[in-house]
Ligand binder design. Structure first.
Ligand code: ANZ
Ligand code: ZN
Ligand code: ZN
Length: 870
């Protein structure tokens, strides 16, 4: 018998699939429903990591399964290929970002092909190509024309040394990542924004449509991110200039408890205050330069300065002091708050620090006695943030604070002190990046015409090539040819915008481009996208729960409103795959994480080979910093793609964490070898392709048929229910064990019937079909070995027959006066009288009814016969 040589087999089938163009997908196939399965497209960092391998295997199994279920499946792949790492590589080693990116794509493409993934490569897209980013610019323009893109000043991280804007990830402890002694400052720059806030409500509402198919966790994260708050805007009067200061509060019930007010350091009023009180300048700019993350961190000490100005509370005419404080953010609410230290934690901490008054306006109620507990401001150690009975609040005293929220809001509105409003945490999406490796923003600035967009026929605005990557400033600004352009409006001289778009723009609509990737007239044709959208199953990491998935939903709705497509949501179902974990080995003596090669593992302990030091072992997320990653390519070379795929799918359900271990891989390999031998060693028994005559089966034949149909049912059900592939594979393994027994105990013995071989073959055929989504090369090879023609890829997924999953014989418990006295193996369809008769004939039963009278016999069909005696 020929050995299972995965290297040869995988190369053979990958070639064949490619030559036959097997994975090519038509947009429409008569009589077939479309099904779109998509994995989040990778950033081409250079090498596939194990998280990729898991992600794509899950997608591939689904794609192959759905095809076998008779659907016309779209399963594409592409490259999210703009972004910072390529630019950094250019700065470091001079290679142009395009060259670096292309070679990474080539390598990863090769690795993907090694895995045997069923992508339609004709639809491959890469966001760094002009053919793709042209449409980013086109969409940007369309959004601009529809008032969904605008420009405003906004704060960015700026390194004075690099003379460039830094992404949040490039700020480390307030310093530039490249200049650890240069503090990053906050600088105001004109930036482009997408008006995602226009869609805030619809993005929330849309969750109703996604409830069935998306993990609840992801919806919750999006909901918090959008952060819809119902509250009241109350106008306080500024004593010093007579103007209104609107504040936003969600707790208008505490309005009588305001003891001071706070504005953000960026609040427009601050400039006026500084004119009257210039001494504050320094502390204000210090507050501004603390980054937002730190300013809003919970438990963080609050800083502020007293302005010397005052505001008047409209409901009671009280004059309170006005402060500038770092815990108030300009981009939320109105950038100003009424402070109620008695009932808000942050205000309480601030009031304690700066010795500001505290006024209680809500008293708690004792849970048991239901009596009001009077709290004393001076004795408070924390704010009381709960609900209770109103006090110190004039005509609202005595009512519950819950009712007061409405009552006081009505009162405020009736007296024109303010009004109820809704605020969102969600901010407009700032898309300008002062970097090279992205989509050029198609805007120009003309002295005569102002801001103008490039003409459609001049798109794409190509990235310039006459640039230098020095690490200082935005490389595009070094291109003279790019900066000096012609105004599309008046034909005069115009300056091009040198910013590029956030790379999240690229990934916000790529799933639509796959439907029609070669379209040169439009980003995609409506009727084609409508045939595929929404993506039926999207698969990716939980780290994209908010930004990517929210931006994509936003884009989808915008494109719908632009008339480019018809559906409301981009992704019908979302599967967030679990992380891949592996053991990390930490050496205390060397203060570093070691590579597996440096380690000797004994049971649960591990030692450094060179010194014998015992190491700290932890199972944790695979990462570069822990040196605990596995390279999928090495695994594929060592064990084969099929074994690697099988292990990944067998080791854990897709949404759970997967612990990588090589023993598991070896186990998967053993299983495949077992299947291999069972086919190749039994070809003589697998030759008869005739239909089974179910009336001629022996007891043993029937048992294997039953196991087969139970397995088909279980495998299918587990896939349909949240893709629990591990259960499917386990069921197939069980079936295989029974087949082995059947082979040795029945086939070739006197128990073999005319049908036994057909039954055995039927089971084998189905095992190979059901394993094929997991281990496609392996199964194709066996399929051929079994003498079949054509591709397994197009084979239909088997259907179980209910009547064949049920045993003919059933076990019935026989009781005498409710006590178990025996069991009967009987035909499932036995007549009641026959069952009773057989029950009465059991020796042990006879013993218990001897000398007594049978009063009655109760039969619970299929389960119990209870003989009642006296
Ligand atoms: C007075 C008050 C009393 C508040 C009280 C809370 C409790 P959410 O629920 O997240 O929407 N706030 C308003 N604008 C702010 C800003 N720009 N920066 C920082 N804080 C701001 O939060 C709304 C509450 O956060 C508002 O209600 C306001 O404080 C504060 F016992 O007003 B509250
Ligand atoms: Zn720097
Ligand atoms: Zn002009």
């Amino acid at each position: 018998m020929r050995e299972y040589n995965f290297g040869e087999i995988e190369a053979k089938w990958q070639n064949k699939w490619k030559n036959e163009d097997l994975f090519k997908t038509e947009n429409k196939v008569e009589g077939k429903e479309n099904y779109y399965v998509l994995e989040m497209l990778p950033y081409p960092s250079g090498k596939l990591h194990v998280g990729h391998a898991r992600n794509y295997t899950i997608g591939d199994v689904i794609a192959r399964y759905k095809r076998m279920k008779g659907l016309n499946v779209l399963h594409p792949m592409g490259w999210d290929s703009f972004g910072l790492p390529a630019e950094n590589a250019a700065i470091q080693n001079g290679a142009h970002p395009a060259v670096w990116t292309k070679s990474n794509i080539d390598n990863m493409n090769r690795q993907l092909k090694m895995m045997g993934l069923s992508y339609d490569w004709d639809r491959e897209i890469a966001s760094y190509t002009p053919e793709y980013y042209k449409w980013n610019q086109w969409i940007f323009k369309k959004m601009y024309e529809n008032g969904l893109v605008y420009k405003k000043k906004s704060t960015v991280n700026w390194c004075p040394e690099c003379q460039t804007v830094l992404a949040n990830e490039q700020v480390e402890d307030g310093m530039c990542w490249r200049h650890s002694k240069t503090p990053v400052i906050q600088k105001d720059l004109e930036q482009w924004f997408f008006k995602i806030t226009d869609y805030a409500d619809e993005l929330l509402e849309g969750h109703k449509e996604l409830k069935e198919g998306w993990p609840e966790k992801v919806l919750t994260m999006q909901k918090n991110w959008i952060g819809k708050s119902y509250g009241t805007e109350v106008n306080f009067k500024i004593v010093e200039n007579g103007q209104d200061l609107p504040v936003f509060t969600t707790r208008v019930d505490t309005l009588y408890g305001v003891t001071y007010a706070v504005i953000a350091p960026e609040h427009p009023l601050v400039d006026e205050i500084l004119k009257t009180n210039p001494a504050l300048k320094e502390s204000v700019s210090a507050m501004k330069n603390t980054d937002m993350i730190e300013r809003t961190a919970e438990g963080k000490e609050k800083n502020g300065v007293k302005t010397g100005w005052h505001v008047i509370n409209p409901v009671n005419g009280e004059e309170v002091s006005l402060w500038i404080g770092d815990y108030v953010l300009m981009n939320y609410g109105t950038g100003a708050v009424m402070a109620v230290p008695a009932h808000d934690d942050r205000d309480f901490a601030f009031a304690k620090k700066y010795e500001l008054p505290i006024k209680v306006v809500i008293n708690p109620v004792d849970k048991k006695t239901k009596e009001e507990i009077k709290i004393v401001a001076e004795e408070m150690e924390n704010a009381f943030v709960g609900t209770g009975i109103m006090t110190n609040s004039s005509e609202f005293n005595g009512i519950s604070s819950k009712d007061a929220v409405t009552k006081i809001a009505e009162y405020v509105e009736a007296n024109n002190y303010g009004e109820r409003t809704v605020k969102y945490r969600l901010k407009d999406w700032g898309v300008s990046r002062q970097r090279y490796w992205g989509t050029p923003i198609p805007a120009l600035y003309c002295e005569k015409c102002g801001v103008v967009m490039e003409k459609d026929e001049n798109l794409p605005v190509l990235l310039p090539t006459d640039v230098e990557f020095t690490g200082n400033g935005n490389p595009i600004e070094t291109s003279e040819s790019f900066k000096h352009a012609v105004c599309p409006c008046c034909g005069g001289e115009a300056r091009r915008d040198t910013d590029t778009m956030d790379t999240f723009v690229d990934s916000s609509w790529y799933f639509l481009r796959y439907c029609d990737p070669k379209n040169t007239q439009l980003p995609f044709a409506k009727e084609i996208v409508d045939g595929w959208s929404p993506v039926d199953q999207y698969i990716g990491g939980i780290e994209h729960a908010v930004m990517h998935l929210l931006y994509s939903r936003f884009f989808h709705k915008v494109l719908r409103d632009l008339g480019l497509l018809s559906t409301n949501e981009p992704f019908k179902r979302l599967l967030t795959q679990g992380m891949v974990l592996g053991p990390s080995y930490y050496s205390a003596a060397e203060n570093r994480f070691l590579y597996a090669e440096e380690v000797e593992v004994r049971g649960t302990q591990a030692f450094l080979k060179t010194t014998g030091e015992e190491l700290q072992v932890k199972i944790e997320k695979m990462s570069k910093s822990k040196n605990n990653g596995v390279d999928p390519e090495i695994m594929i070379t060592k064990y084969g793609a099929d074994t690697t795929r099988l292990f990944i799918m067998f080791a854990a359900p897709p949404e759970r964490e997967l612990e990588w271990n090589e023993n598991g891989l070896a186990g998967a390999a053993r299983f495949l070898n077992k299947v291999w031998r069972l086919v190749l060693e039994n070809k003589e028994y697998l030759a008869n392709k005739d239909e089974i005559d179910y009336s001629k089966l022996s007891k043993e034949d029937k048992a294997l048929v039953r196991k087969l149909h139970q397995t088909i049912k279980k495998v299918t059900d587990s896939i349909e229910a949240d893709y629990h592939f591990n259960t499917s594979i386990a069921a197939t393994m069980e079936l295989l064990n029974e087949m082995q027994d059947f082979r040795s105990q029945i086939l070739g013995t006197d128990k073999e019937t005319s049908e036994s071989r057909k039954v055995f073959r039927e089971a084998m055929v189905n095992v190979v079909i059901m394993l094929s989504p997991f281990t496609p090369h392996f199964c194709d090879e066996l399929w051929e070995e079994m003498g079949n023609q054509g591709n397994l890829f197009f084979e239909a997924w088997p259907m179980h027959r209910d009547e064949l999953t049920i045993a003919d014989e059933i076990a019935v418990a026989v009781q005498v006066n409710g006590k178990l006295r025996g069991t009967l193996e009987v035909d499932r369809n036995i007549a009641k009288e026959d069952l009773e008769k057989q029950a009465l004939e059991i020796e042990n039963v006879k013993k218990f009814i001897e000398g007594q009278t049978v009063v009655k016999i109760i039969v619970v069909p299929g389960k119990i016969v209870n003989i009642v005696v006296k």
